[in-house]
Design a protein around this ligand. Structure first.
Ligand code: ASP
Length: 586
């Protein structure tokens, strides 16, 4: 046996016991005739003591250890005189009587402790060392626990976990596919699934009734800060359900996870908000509802001043930042610069300070009387001491800018506490999204999403106004998941393809198998998928999904550790009948 205990296990009640431990040398401290070693394994850290007076050979051997050596020791558990309250094992230490070096280690490229001196690139290159750090390991432990609880909940509700293929044909999520050439079918390619969407719908046609899968999905997108080309979904589908059934079932799942993983009980139903309200009040389809600061619309109260910035704008909107009337000129200029950043794109920002003494200072005093401005403050329920920030312009664009400003103010005021969780269903999404560039409609969710039955008549006459039976779960301003009730009627599905500009031929080529299946008794069905990585990162209180993935890729889609993607041999290319022409690409 390599060990009798783990490095996280021994306590004061074990004092006097003989123990054998194995693990990695995290730290060595030499203090005269004593050498202290922190021994680490997955379970924790235990302090070892080597004393020159009791055994000088052993002491010498200990002094030759290096960081990350793998060792095995035997010794006696003793109460520590200098206790460490930050460690569960901090009351004891092991007086070592035997030392066995199981493996040496090169000096690691960064310190393997929670606070490391390794930069991102270095940590990713040596991810296997990075994963030894307790802070990172904890995230993967959390991930495991969540996956386990997800399976427990869904199994309890009769869901079957069914695996679906990875080498498939294009899926409908609207991103670019990763493709895999087929050697046996020269010139032909598989696509990797952007989601198992079509397969889970086929499983409903097969009568599986309740399906789920914790599954890898692949999307070849430009990687914004927090996307990964391969990521994991909790993918779910149910038959004979309406939207309400789906929401209830998966609100239950989210609550179950919070309860059994975080010990947080949500006793009230999650609030619901229509997409239209989310855009009107927060300028976002994934509002962060940990704090208020809802938008106040002022267009009608700004009319006729002769101030073109508001007169010519179809939309004037504001937020009220509580207690911020004391913001200095410099702070306000900084906020103006913030909204003027190219990523946000506002032309400027107006502000009104409602001073503690009831007086008004503003950047628009030239155009508006105090009485007029007071009507804005009243509409915004502003109190003396508050600051009103105002943007104007084209409606949707300005709302999105105001959303950024609201989130920034939330940050500045410390209102976005990662340990506080606010869950919300956003419902009644539009079915279509108009794209100016290509001058056509796209499916906002995907082409299998059912229109709201009340809006079916509008499909031809007012396409853009049709609501979908689609919903998103939003937590702390993140889209945690989303789904829809599906179309199960092949005629309506044909119509949908048509509205999306897909010819009959294209539709048949891409999704013919599904269209065929729908001719053989497709039950009404619907479902959703949660982003599992995101879910874990939110519960871990992290901004990035990277640290909840064991071996993630960087922003250029590269795995820095194995150095992928990489070129392949000419012989391999020949076999696949593929010719690479990089010049052509340029
Ligand atoms: N397949 C969808 C997605 O990946 C989720 C769903 O509609 O169930 O977003």
């Amino acid at each position: 046996m390599y060990r009798t205990n783990t490095c996280g296990e021994l306590r004061i009640s074990d004092a006097g016991k003989k123990t054998t431990l194995a693990g990695w040398v995290q730290r060595i401290r030499k203090m005269g005739g004593m050498t202290f070693v922190d021994l680490r394994d997955r379970y924790g850290i235990t302090q070892l003591v080597f004393n020159s007076e009791t055994d000088s050979d052993l002491f010498e051997a200990a002094n030759k250890l290096g960081r990350e050596f793998v060792i095995q020791i035997t010794g006696t558990v003793e109460e520590r005189s200098n206790k460490n309250p930050h460690l569960p094992t901090g009351d004891i230490e092991i007086i070592v009587s035997e030392l066995n070096v199981l493996n040496k280690s090169d000096v690691p490229p960064f310190t393997i402790e929670d606070e490391t001196d390794g930069g991102d690139d270095l940590r990713m290159k040596y991810r296997y060392l990075d994963l030894r750090r307790p802070a990172v390991r904890k995230n993967l432990e959390l991930r495991h626990r969540m996956a386990f609880e997800i399976r427990r909940y869904l199994d309890g509700k009769g869901f079957l976990e069914v695996e679906t293929p990875v080498l498939i044909k294009s899926t409908p999520e609207g991103a670019r596919d990763f493709v895999v050439p087929s050697r046996m079918n020269p010139g032909q390619f598989y696509a990797l699934p952007q989601s198992p969407q079509t397969f889970k719908q086929l499983l409903m046609v097969s009568g599986f009734d309740r399906y789920f899968q914790i599954v890898k999905c692949f999307r070849d997108e430009d990687l914004r800060a927090d996307r990964q080309p391969e990521f994991t979904q909790i993918d779910c589908e149910m038959s004979f359900v309406e939207q309400e059934d789906v929401l209830q079932m998966f609100e239950g799942l989210v609550k179950h996870i919070f309860k059994y993983v975080k010990d947080i009980d949500f006793t009230e139903p999650f609030p619901r908000m229509t997409w239209a309200d989310a855009m009107r009040l927060y300028g976002s389809d994934k509002p962060d509802t940990r704090f208020g600061m809802q938008f106040v619309e002022l267009k009608d109260l700004t009319e006729g001043s002769g101030f073109s910035v508001v007169d010519e704008a179809p939309y004037v909107g504001a937020i009220v930042a509580p207690g911020c009337a004391g913001y200095t000129r410099k702070q306000l200029d900084k906020l103006t610069d913030f909204v003027k950043r190219p990523q946000i794109g506002a032309k400027g920002m107006m502000w009104v300070k409602y001073e503690e003494d009831g007086s008004i200072k503003s950047s628009v005093g030239k155009f508006f009387s105090d009485e007029k401005i007071m009507t804005w403050l009243e509409r915004g329920n502003a109190k003396p001491g508050d600051l009103m920030l105002i943007l104007s312009g084209e409606t949707m664009k300005t709302r999105k800018q105001l959303n950024e400003l609201r989130l920034e103010m939330g940050n500045q005021l410390g209102l976005r506490d990662p340990n506080k969780f606010s869950c919300l269903w956003v419902v009644d999404f539009p079915l279509f999204e108009w794209d100016d560039e290509t001058q056509r409609y796209y499916a906002m969710h995907h082409p299998f999403t059912s229109p709201n039955p009340e809006d079916i008549d509008l499909l031809d006459s007012d396409t853009g106004a049709v609501r979908a039976t689609a919903y998103d779960m939003v937590v702390n301003g993140n889209e945690l998941g989303g789904g829809s009730i599906r179309i199960h009627d092949s005629q309506l599905q044909d119509k949908m393809f048509h509205l999306l500009g897909l010819s009959e031929e294209e539709a048949r080529y891409k999704f013919g198998f599904l269209m065929n299946a729908f001719k053989y008794g497709a039950p009404p069905h619907g479902g959703l998928a949660f982003g599992f990585d995101r879910f874990v990162s939110i519960l871990a209180g992290l901004d990035s999904i990277r640290d909840v993935i064991a071996f993630p890729k960087n922003n250029a889609g590269r795995d820095m550790m194995i150095d992928a993607p990489s070129e392949i041999d000419d012989s391999q290319l020949d076999e696949l009948c593929i010719r690479v022409d990089l010049d052509e690409k340029k």
